[in-house]
Design a protein around this ligand. Structure first.
Ligand SMILES: NC(=O)c1ccc[n+]([C@@H]2O[C@H](COP(=O)([O-])OP(=O)(O)OC[C@H]3O[C@@H](n4cnc5c(N)ncnc54)[C@H](OP(=O)(O)O)[C@@H]3O)[C@@H](O)[C@H]2O)c1
Length: 440
């Protein structure tokens, strides 16, 4: 081992992910080092509270409460930012990159908010930024896009990127249970945070979609430039209606690029997927992604999208790339870092470019003539009805009306929905779901 170079690693954050990295690096160190030809030295770790009980033990002498001290430590070549948040995490990341260091990050919120600045800092100062763990946990989707599929342009990428939402939707469907009840159970089991909004309102998925869109298309799309809708409006009845129509319901990130017009669209919303679609059958906390390339066709990836071990697997793969970089320099075969993807004149697609079939659920007064009024509003916006399911609503004197449409576009549907919501016979806010006819 004496002839091996040593990579000194600083972990900023020793929580769920940080401890997982330490645990698995310690357990598999000998094999990893012999494969990489580099000695991996866990030099220091930063935490908020050094006295906290941790399941993975670390010598107290290696702990600091100052993550910037790790970023600025000249003996440390690799900084793993595993704290979360966007303020201190940004400072630590930029400080390390400005010294030409390698930063490994699992922090999709940081990349979505400050990715442009971070990549620019890395390029300007000769630093390197790896982020395999930021999207889909243990699934090597970043490397797939950067390396395995480098020959391709990507007309469509879609998938389940948030295990908490997928767990909740799966339980609602399988147990016929209401959203609030399943959410409470998910919190009890530790699958959902105390403040669940980041997950269930779609923001976490949107952060990851932003990272994938940049990797695939070279364009930073902020969350306020996307449709972002969460899962809290879905009811068990929606699953029954969807099943009757031959669909399941998943919260998806959908990234499409019209290669002819060079228009990019990034959106996050619950989606009706045909029951036979592989991703419609991915249950529980698992993630799954379908990537269609113009050269390769469609490829599919699934696995654990979060959790200590899956995320540590992804972080360690970036550490391995950092070791290859140290050993071989830029251009090494193993390096997962690619040059910034070319934006190539790509622009954001207008809403009318989103074309799909739609599912609309209305709670209406149980009176004659209501369906005719609804149909007339839809006709006014050139939205054509494909099917209608009418059933009693829970509330007395009300009925549930579920309509699917033939293909329409987002602008027409939003105008239709606004007008439907204003009808005196429509009682609650209408629910609009998109149907994902992705053909794979
Ligand atoms: N958990 C997952 O399954 C998962 C999956 C994919 C990506 N990620 C991402 O990975 C990152 C870390 O997540 P996590 O679940 O490991 O979080 P976590 O369990 O809350 O751990 C955060 C760690 O950072 C430390 N820390 C926080 N603020 C600090 C500060 N101001 N100074 C010093 N140390 C500080 C904490 O110290 P204390 O221990 O003393 O509190 C803790 O060790 C996040 O960006 C997250 O989005 C997580």
């Amino acid at each position: 081992m004496s002839e091996f170079l040593t990579l000194n690693i600083g972990l900023c954050g020793f929580g769920t992910v940080g401890q997982g990295v330490w645990k698995h690096l310690s357990a598999n160190r000998a094999e990893l080092e012999s494969r990489l030809g580099v000695k991996l030295n866990l030099a220091r770790a930063a935490v908020r509270d050094p006295g906290k009980h941790r399941t993975v033990k670390i010598p107290r002498s290696k702990l600091t409460t100052d993550p910037l001290a790790i970023a600025n430590d000249p003996s440390i070549q690799l900084v793993c930012e595993l704290m979360g948040g966007t303020t201190l995490a940004r400072q630590v990341t930029l400080a390390a990159l400005r010294q030409g260091k390698i930063v490994v990050s699992a922090n999709k919120a940081l990349i979505c908010a400050h990715g442009r600045e971070i990549i620019a800092a890395a390029q300007e100062h000769g630093g390197h930024f790896f982020f395999e763990a930021s999207v889909a946990g243990g699934i090597p989707i970043i490397k797939a896009l950067r390396e395995g599929l480098v020959a391709n342009r990507f007309p469509r990428i879609y998938g389940i990127l948030n295990g908490t939402c997928n767990y909740i939707l799966t339980q609602m469907e399988e147990q016929d249970a209401p959203y609030a009840e399943v959410l409470a159970e998910a919190k009890r089991l530790g699958y959902a945070e105390a403040d669940e909004a980041l997950d269930v309102d779609g923001w976490d998925t949107a952060h990851k979609a932003s990272v994938l869109a940049w990797l695939a298309h070279g364009m930073w799309v902020k969350t306020d430039q996307m449709i972002v809708e969460g899962i809290s409006g879905i009811t068990p009845a929606d699953f029954k209606n969807a099943a009757t129509l031959g669909f399941g319901i998943k919260l998806l990130a959908v990234i499409t690029r019209d290669l002819a017009k060079n228009e990019l669209c990034v959106r996050v919303h619950p989606t009706l997927l045909p029951a036979g679609n592989v991703i419609a059958n991915v249950s529980g906390v698992f993630n799954a992604i379908s990537v269609t390339g113009d050269v390769v066709g469609t490829t599919l990836y699934s696995g654990r999208g979060a959790g200590q071990d899956a995320t540590a697997s992804a972080v360690i793969s970036d550490i391995a790339d950092a070791a290859a970089l140290l050993k071989h320099g830029k251009g090494a075969h193993l390096i997962g870092e690619a040059p910034t993807p070319a934006r190539g004149g790509c622009k954001l697609a207008p809403p009318e470019s989103i074309r799909c079939r739609y599912y609309v659920r209305l709670t209406v007064k149980d009176q004659p003539g209501v369906l005719a009024r609804v149909a007339s509003v839809m006709a006014r916006h050139l939205v054509s009805i494909a099917s209608v399911i009418q059933s009693p609503a829970e509330r007395a004197g009300a009925a549930s009306l579920v309509l699917t449409t033939h293909e329409s576009n987002e602008r027409a549907m939003l105008a239709t929905l606004k007008q439907l919501a204003g009808l005196g016979s429509v009682l609650d806010r209408p629910l609009l779901l998109r149907i994902g006819d992705f053909g794979d």
